[in-house]
Ligand binder design. Structure first.
Ligand code: 5AD
Ligand code: SF4
Length: 476
């Protein structure tokens, strides 16, 4: 089914507002409840904030999954495990629904953009009430209305994105830190990756819309902004009046009230000197760069369609460290890509040893139907990939321990984000370099930037104690 909308973006936003109002009246006095489970990346997490914003505008409140009147799964399909998790949960959901036939089940997100998934839901999960994809998420209110008005399963998947619809209500997880989409989709077609097929082509939001959103967030007390896109380095290229990502960083830096600016993700092939200069020159831009490596083997990087080789990657690292000496570098690495030999894997270990990353997301290659690499004949046996994965973690940990050790005795500025889940006398936060830091503190400090002297390091996190500002302070 492909029912593309016909209105302009502004008309569509107005139609959603009207649908929310009708639903609000319909549910008034009933105190309806919802539960959203989010799988996958920050992009999905932010989409879920929009879904929650719409539901709360209608009058829904959050509730545990078992009791909630409306259960939403915002899905991911980057790796097979994320999909298996959803199929696993669907069994439980069927049980809930049997006990309470009025309960409604909604599936949305990246996985729903795959034809095989939709066929399966249609035939094997007819009790799922509403299914939609990534391109029509903004229509959630109208889709809900349709679901409540009609009997049977409602599936609405668009093959392509329309214009970007602005001004949806958003329920932010935190009051002091917020994600802001700057672009959607990806044009890169790395041969292992399904994202370009499910998120569509690159589309940038207009700078005025982004800046207005950030000004509003700053006025409401937000201090840290994370700019989100699959490849932020190509932000602005397709706009009627093209601008660069570095230009946007300078503009966001000018907004009073915003103390920290982060961004995710940068493709190494598009990392410009202009962006490196912006990192150096804008004190609000955090000294942290996430630069996905994927593999250290130039041969495999070619087969992955990444458009850079090992030497070019290492040269970028040198440039970043020359411009911002204390910069924290993090990365994504895949092991077990089709055709990966011991020699290829050793090239990856070589890069990891040379760079000494501050943190990394590591993945075992997952075969995604529809991507070019899925049909490569030389798939790697799982046991071999797992052995590489374990060795990779060991070598990454060596570098992280070394990098973390330099921080002991120094003071980091930490944005306190939550009470520590294991010890409620401790707070957990992030330093400018995005290090995870645990320190003694009280809940009233959540949302504040606290100077913390680092006492010890545990590879994946640091432990410290609060101090008065200034001593040995470091932008780390
Ligand atoms: N298998 C394993 N990892 C993958 N990623 C993307 N596609 C796959 C896949 N098929 C990883 C990449 C990317 C991150 C978001 O997910 O490392 O940078
Ligand atoms: Fe996937 Fe590559 Fe696009 Fe990242 S840049 S989303 S890995 S295709």
């Amino acid at each position: 089914m492909d029912r593309m909308r016909i209105g302009t973006a502004a008309e569509e936003a107005a139609a959603q507002a009207r649908a929310m109002e009708r639903l609000r009246i319909r549910f008034s006095g009933q105190d309806p409840s919802y539960h959203i489970t989010t799988l996958g990346c920050q992009m999905n997490a932010h989409d879920s904030e929009k879904l929650a914003g719409i539901l709360q505008t209608i009058g829904f409140h959050e509730e545990a999954e078992e009791q909630a009147d409306l259960v939403v799964y915002n899905t991911c399909c980057v790796r097979e495990n994320a999909e298996l998790k959803v199929y696993g949960r669907l069994g439980y959901l069927k049980g809930y629904k049997r006990r309470n036939p009025d309960k409604r089940i909604v599936l949305c997100g990246c996985m729903m953009q795959e034809d095989v998934v939709i066929d399966k839901i249609r035939t094997s999960y007819p009790w799922v009430d509403l299914v939609f994809g990534t391109h029509n998420l903004y229509r959630f209110a109208e889709l809900l209305e349709e679901m409540y008005n009609e009997k049977g399963q409602l599936i609405d998947i668009w093959q392509e994105a329309g214009e970007i619809v602005e001004d949806l209500p958003t329920l932010r997880k935190n009051s002091f830190k917020a994600s802001v989409n700057i672009m959607f989709g990806c044009n890169n077609f790395c041969t292992y990756c399904i994202v370009p097929y499910v998120r569509g082509r690159e589309r940038s939001r207009k700078p005025d819309d982004i800046l207005a959103e950030i000004r509003e967030l700053a006025a409401s007390g937000v201090r840290e902004i994370e700019l989100l896109g699959q490849n932020v380095n190509s932000y602005g290229k397709g706009l009627d009046e093209p601008v660069s990502f570095a230009w946007l960083l300078y503009r966001v830096s000018e907004i009073p009230g915003i103390d920290r600016i982060r961004f995710m993700t940068s493709h190494p092939k598009d990392l410009s000197d202009e962006l490196i200069s912006a990192m150096r020159d804008c004190p609000k831009v955090c000294p942290h760069f996430h630069l996905p490596l994927q593999s250290g083997s130039s041969r495999l990087l070619g087969r992955m369609n990444r458009h850079y080789d090992k030497e070019q990657y290492l040269a970028l690292v040198d440039k970043l460290r020359a411009a911002v000496p204390e910069i924290a570098l993090t990365t994504d690495i895949i092991v077990g890509f089709p055709g990966e030999t011991e020699e290829d894997f050793n090239e990856t270990l070589d890069v990891v040893r040379r760079v000494r990353f501050d943190n990394a997301f590591t993945f075992i290659y997952s075969r995604r139907v529809g991507t070019p690499a899925a049909s490569y004949p030389d798939q790697i046996p799982e046991a071999e990939a797992k052995a590489h994965f374990d060795r990779l973690l060991e070598v990454l940990a060596e570098g992280m321990n070394e990098r973390n050790s330099r921080l002991i005795g120094r003071t980091l500025m930490v944005l306190a984000e939550s009470t520590n889940s294991h010890d409620d006398r401790m707070l957990t936060g992030r330093s400018e370099g995005n290090y995870l830091v645990h320190f003694e503190g009280t809940p009233d400090q959540i949302g504040q930037i606290v100077p913390v002297e680092i006492d010890c390091q545990k590879t994946y996190y640091l432990i410290g104690h609060p101090v008065s500002e200034g001593k040995n302070s470091l932008h780390g």
